[in-house]
Design a protein around this ligand. Structure first.
Ligand code: HEM
Length: 508
């Protein structure tokens, strides 16, 4: 009896010791990767690698990535390697390396290496996540969705949503209440995307369809658990897939799947057609289109739903962030604000006092303000790629192996004083035609670059410009003391102010 007790104790002590030793040896071995590949690296810690402990996180991931960039850059490195848990991640710093990855040698980097799980989490199999031939075929099918003709027809919907936004500002002004611009922008873009993608009038300001913004937030929220889950998924995608781990919350998935199903059924059985993304997707579902890959297959209902999800995720938060940060910077700098307002009025006079799609494209100074906003606050703070075929970096002895994750930290690039002197200063003149021409275009990537850039860049800009016109035409803004400065950023990978941005409103 005593012998077997001893045995049990012995087993209980040796098994954990063996497990911990194996674990440590495994990570130590993993952490030799960049040294062996002759790539400069930052010393990792077991088990998080170079990432901050997800459960005690104090630094938003976008700032963490920015710090990696500056650390490598300050050492004069053209690139560097870090570890996400045990997974090596390659960070290009040199603009030629970045250009090669995104554009010139794109065929080696066609994937984002993002996790998706079509079986357990059908919403995750969307254009942003998928790769290879399926991505190329879908991208070709969806590209015509964003032609100027289609943008023009959707502009009318944007104007309708813009009027609701304007009424909300008027209401706050009448009650002498400050506006929380992040929330206002967010409601405006939710209305736009709800209408253009799902064909639903959300009227977020009146709080009908209150579930819509709620579930939208759920698709994006960055809780500590969420951050840990994402880090796990990023580091062990195959294990995550076999464990059936979901990228999206089940409740949000069910909510959006049901909305899409109901809308498609309603339109098809009542022969209703609208000028929106949903209609284009329904047409793609019902009409097989032959593309460059020779894929004549129509979109399935699951694929349609997943594309609605990415149009929603990609469409509302990115543009809302751009609107709210632009407004924040303009509330701090009244001269810039007035210059934008003057330009809006000038263009409107030219178009019979109306805001038109063509007029919007002529707002050149406003475009510079948006460009500068997206430099300081790129909505998506990181670009990802995955190497799909072993690649030798030109004029170097370094090889990037197939399967390697690539990370391009936009906040690092955009705050590099070599490209943007005094980077914390908000200065739209950086984007005057002459200054833009004088700079390497790969130092500015708010919409990415190359064949996998943002498919909806023009729609995003149209949405931001419409929102800004509606906000600035009749009102002046200044910072309300409720705004905590300097602004702190949210813990997600999206660039978003953590606390509210409160602005006082005055009439012109
Ligand atoms: C200010 C607004 C926006 C910003 C700053 C933005 C930014 C980005 C960025 C940085 C990427 C990754 C590009 C790359 O990896 O090279 C991207 C991809 C994408 N965006 Fe946007 N976006 C915006 C608006 C939108 C809107 C309105 C939609 C949809 C309605 C959208 C849908 C997408 C999709 C589907 C992709 C994936 C493209 C692909 O992989 O082929 N985005 N966006």
């Amino acid at each position: 009896m005593s012998f077997s007790l001893d045995n049990i104790c012995y087993t209980w002590i040796t098994i954990p010791i063996l497990l911990i030793t194996t674990f440590v040896i495994y990570f130590k071995w993993k952490y030799t990767y960049w040294e062996k590949h002759n790539v400069p690296f930052i010393q990792p810690q077991i088990p998080f690698g170079n990432l901050e402990n997800s459960f005690k996180r104090k630094t938003p991931p976008c700032i963490e990535a920015k710090n990696f960039y500056h650390e490598f850059k300050s050492k004069g490195a053209k690139h560097g390697g870090i570890y996400s848990f045990g997974t090596p991640v390659y960070i290009p710093i040199d603009l030629d390396y970045i250009k090669n990855i995104l554009s010139t040698d794109f065929q080696y980097f066609t994937e984002r290496g993002r996790y998706y799980n079509e079986k357990d989490d059908p919403l995750s199999a969307h254009l942003f996540n998928i790769g290879g031939k399926r991505w190329r075929s879908l991208r070709t099918k969806l590209t015509p969705t964003f032609t100027s003709g289609k943008m023009k027809t959707m502009f009318l919907t944007l104007l309708e949503c813009g009027k609701i936004l304007q009424n909300a500002v008027e209401e706050s002004y009448a009650k002498t209440k400050p506006v929380e611009i992040r929330n206002f922008a967010w409601k405006f873009t939710t209305d736009v995307i709800g209408s253009c993608v799902f064909g639903i009038e959300c009227n977020s300001f009146a709080n009908q369809y209150a579930d819509f913004p709620k579930y939208g937030k759920m698709l994006l929220k960055g809780s500590p658990w969420e951050a840990a889950r994402m880090a796990f998924i990023f580091s062990f995608p195959n294990l995550a897939k076999s464990l059936g781990i979901r990228r999206f919350d089940k409740r949000a998935t069910d909510f959006f799947t049901n909305i899409v199903k109901d809308t498609v059924e309603y339109r098809e059985s009542n022969n209703v057609r609208r000028n929106d993304f949903m209609q284009i997707l329904i047409d793609l579902k019902n009409t097989p289109t032959v593309d460059v890959e020779g894929d004549g297959e129509a979109l399935t209902m699951e694929q349609l739903t997943a594309q609605c999800a990415i149009f929603f995720i990609g469409g509302f938060d990115t543009s809302a962030a751009a609107i709210s940060f632009s407004m924040y910077e303009m509330a701090r700098n009244h001269e810039i604000q007035q210059k934008v307002r003057d330009e809006i009025n000038e263009i409107m006079v030219r178009y019979d006092g109306k805001l038109t799609y063509d007029g919007l494209t002529e707002l050149k100074y406003m475009q510079q303000v948006i460009d500068e906003t997206l430099r300081k606050y790129p909505s998506l703070t990181i670009l990802n790629r995955q190497c799909v075929e072993t690649y030798k970096i030109p004029n170097s002895d370094v090889t990037i192996e197939k399967g390697t994750q690539i990370l391009i930290p936009l906040m690092g690039l955009h705050s590099d004083p070599d490209y943007y002197p005094d980077p914390d200063r908000f200065d739209p003149e950086r984007f005057s035609p002459e200054n833009k021409k004088a700079r390497n275009s790969f130092s500015y990537l708010p919409f990415g670059n190359g064949p996998r850039n943002c498919i909806a860049m023009r729609f995003g800009i149209m949405q931001v410009k419409t929102g800004l016109c509606m906000l600035l035409k009749n009102y002046k803004y200044s910072i309300n003391p409720n705004t905590k400065e300097p602004l702190e950023l949210d813990m997600g990978v999206m660039c978003c102010a953590k606390d509210g941005i409160w602005l006082d409103v005055a009439k012109i």
